[in-house]
Design a protein around this ligand. Structure first.
Ligand code: WTA
Length: 651
């Protein structure tokens, strides 16, 4: 974009429509609270911690260092997050309030409405069932579930008894599941017999069986959800309905130290296998509770709907913990936006009179392509706030979301955050800030973003740079499970003494942040993080592949697509059949979300004389940007570039 276009874009501010009932935070209040959160972080967060019930109130609020890396919040506090999300609402007389509204994949299927009192009863039964199959405090429990209430119930049940949950997205393959079970030495799996997505069955239990051919566990708890026939292995596999039939209806919450682990969630990085990002109890609870209330300006009684999957951090923080700690009523949706047709989201909005809707840009772009009619088919007058997360939203999609879905009546919160940050970090607040289409906005309380050059020099004012955060916040991840050194190396070593996000970012003259995308070897496909190294290792594990290099390239719907350059072993001939086979191979190794969008079989990859693959060139060629390949003189064989360009043009 040229300078003038950029300035014009940055100058545009859309003032949020009057919120009417907003009571949480206006502009001056944001300024005051933000200042307070920086000048007296401990005082500020001690107050926010008051949102929770503590068994022992924390005396020490923050104690952290980024060099050496050791992060603690509320370290002498004792609490249980499940108590905070469920029990205390019932104790406060709100047992009849609806917690979860379950909408199945099939619009004709049976929905469920679960009150807080019913949720408590369900969580207790699940918690005692877990105990019965041998789960103890500190054990890791892998959860591999469709988007049904039992997914959230399983997470809460783990938290209740002090077990550490590791949710694996139901779209991951058996191999990927096995790797995650093995990495955290999880001895227990909770799954459903199967799931349904867009009318298609997902064989979850069969996938678990395939994973368990590679790694052993003590027990599998199987929830009956579909009629998919499954095998049960005697002694290892248990139907949940059988186990729960004779467990007690009483299960006290385990007192947990604020720094006891709550969950592990695997996420992709630039190198190696996915990392088990570790979150602990107290800080995460305070962070998700506080951000949920302010960012979504949640008012009791409103219906909130986050369309994410519990397999991702968005589902953890804004389906399970944030809303429930706030005593919210929310929709949990098993399906997809385009089944049975493209009006499904809006049908659900109308059906449950959803007030706050939170989704991903990729879904917005896919629906935008279908035009306005499917949206207008349904009454959306209940909506008063819209949100997005997961990837940069292009202004065109933003405007469609704002004007067509929200009819210009609902503010949009474009929330930037990461698995590692636990919750929302940068966003406009609905009652406080004007919005700029394409910009996430302003830092949340306590967040101090900093932009730095590749060399680590701090940049001031309106500028582009690499996004770092200079001071810890309660929701920050504490470690990589089993590999603290990797945590240090990944996030705190590029720029010493700062948390490096891996994202590039622009700050404009109004102090708004515009995330420009990853600056590392991570690509963001439909809001899902994919390490290029992971896809490469899947490709080279195929017997006919010699080498692979994977890069992201712009994709209209997915944001970024997966572009794979592959060289074959000597004597192998490239063919369309082989390309299809390689695509299928990646799906088996990782899962459908990693399916290559473009396979480019090439005789050679561009390498420096020392043998390093020049990814910069590969990215440009994938983008069809042949004019600015930069310096190719350091290539061992500059002719490779011509043949790659030819290969790209022939596609
Ligand atoms: C990207 C998802 C622009 C970013 C919560 C980040 C975004 C990665 C936004 C984290 C946004 C997330 N605007 N980019 N509003 N939200 N991202 O761990 O590159 O799955 O680093 O967490 O998604 O993805 P993750």
């Amino acid at each position: 974009m040229n300078d003038v276009a950029e300035k014009t874009r940055e100058a545009e501010v859309i003032l949020p429509p009057a919120l009417g009932q907003n009571t949480h935070c206006d502009g001056p209040e944001y300024d005051r609270l933000y200042q307070e959160s920086l000048s007296d972080p401990d005082g500020f967060w001690a107050k926010q911690a008051g949102r929770l019930d503590w068994i022992t109130e924390p005396g020490t609020i923050s104690s952290w260092s980024y060099d050496p890396v050791a992060i603690k919040w509320f370290e002498d506090g004792v609490l249980n997050i499940c108590h905070n999300a469920v029990d205390r609402h019932v104790a406060a007389g709100k047992g009849d309030v609806t917690a979860l509204i379950f909408e199945p994949d099939d619009p004709e299927g049976e929905g469920r409405v679960i009150t807080y009192a019913e949720l408590l009863a369900e969580v207790v039964m699940m918690a005692n069932s877990l105990k019965k199959i041998g789960v103890r405090k500190g054990d890791r429990v892998t959860i591999y579930m469709p988007m049904i209430p039992e997914g959230a119930i399983a997470m809460l049940a783990c938290a209740r008894i002090g077990a550490i949950h590791s949710v694996v997205f139901g779209g991951f393959s058996p191999d990927a599941l096995a790797g995650r079970i093995e990495d955290c030495e999880s001895k227990f799996v909770i799954c459903a017999d199967g799931g349904l997505r867009g009318g298609k069955p997902v064989p979850l239990k069969a996938n678990v069986d395939a994973a368990l051919a590679q790694v052993d566990v003590e027990a599998v708890l199987v929830i009956h959800h579909t009629d998919i026939p499954i095998d049960m292995q005697e002694g290892r596999d248990h139907w949940y309905h059988d186990i729960r039939a004779d467990v007690s209806e009483d299960c006290p919450c385990e007192p947990m130290n604020a720094e006891d682990p709550l969950f592990i969630l695997y996420t992709s990085g630039s190198t190696g296998k996915p990392k088990g990002v570790l979150h602990t109890t107290g800080g995460y609870a305070v962070w998700t509770a506080t951000t949920f209330q302010y960012v979504f300006d949640y008012q009791l009684g409103e219906v909130f709907w986050c369309s994410a999957d519990i397999g991702w951090v968005t589902g953890h923080s804004y389906i399970v913990y944030g809303p429930l700690i706030n005593g919210a009523t929310e929709v949990m949706f098993e399906g997809v936006p385009n089944y049975p047709d493209h009006s499904r989201f809006w049908e659900v909005v109308e059906k449950y009179q959803v007030n706050i809707f939170y989704t991903a840009p990729t879904a917005i772009r896919a629906l935008m392509r279908e035009g306005d009619a499917p949206v207008q088919k349904h009454d959306r007058s209940s909506i008063r706030l819209l949100g997005t997360v997961g990837e940069p939203i292009n202004p065109e999609a933003w405007r469609w979301y704002y004007n067509v879905v929200g009819e210009g009546q609902s503010p949009i919160v474009d929330t930037w955050w990461q698995t590692e940050t636990g919750g929302i970090m940068i966003t406009t607040l609905p009652g406080a800030h004007g919005m700029k289409p394409g910009s996430a906005g302003k830092p949340f309380f306590g967040i101090q973003p900093q932009l730095v050059t590749n060399e680590g020099d701090v940049l001031d004012g309106a500028t582009d740079g690499n996004l770092c955060i200079t001071a810890s916040w309660p929701g920050q991840a504490r470690s990589v499970y089993g590999d603290h050194q990797r945590f240090i190396d990944t996030y705190f070593s590029t720029y010493k003494g700062k948390y490096f996000t891996g994202d590039g970012c622009r700050r404009d003259a109004d102090g708004y942040y515009w995330i420009t995308g990853r600056v590392d070897d991570v690509i963001n496909v439909s809001g899902h993080r994919m390490g290029t190294a992971e896809v490469e290792s899947a490709l080279v594990s195929h017997a006919r592949v010699a080498e692979a290099a994977v890069v992201g390239y712009p994709h209209d719907i997915k944001g970024q697509g997966i572009y794979c350059y592959v060289t074959l072993n000597a004597g192998e001939d490239p063919s369309d059949e082989l390309a299809a086979e390689l695509r299928a191979h990646v799906r088996t190794e990782i899962g459908p979300i990693a399916t290559p969008d473009h396979l480019h079989l090439t005789p050679a990859l561009p390498k420096t004389r020392s043998g390093k693959i020049m990814r910069r060139i590969l990215r440009k060629i994938a983008e069809n940007d042949f004019g600015s390949l930069g310096d190719t003189s350091t290539l061992a064989d500059p002719n490779v570039v011509d043949s790659l360009i030819e290969g790209r043009l022939n596609r």
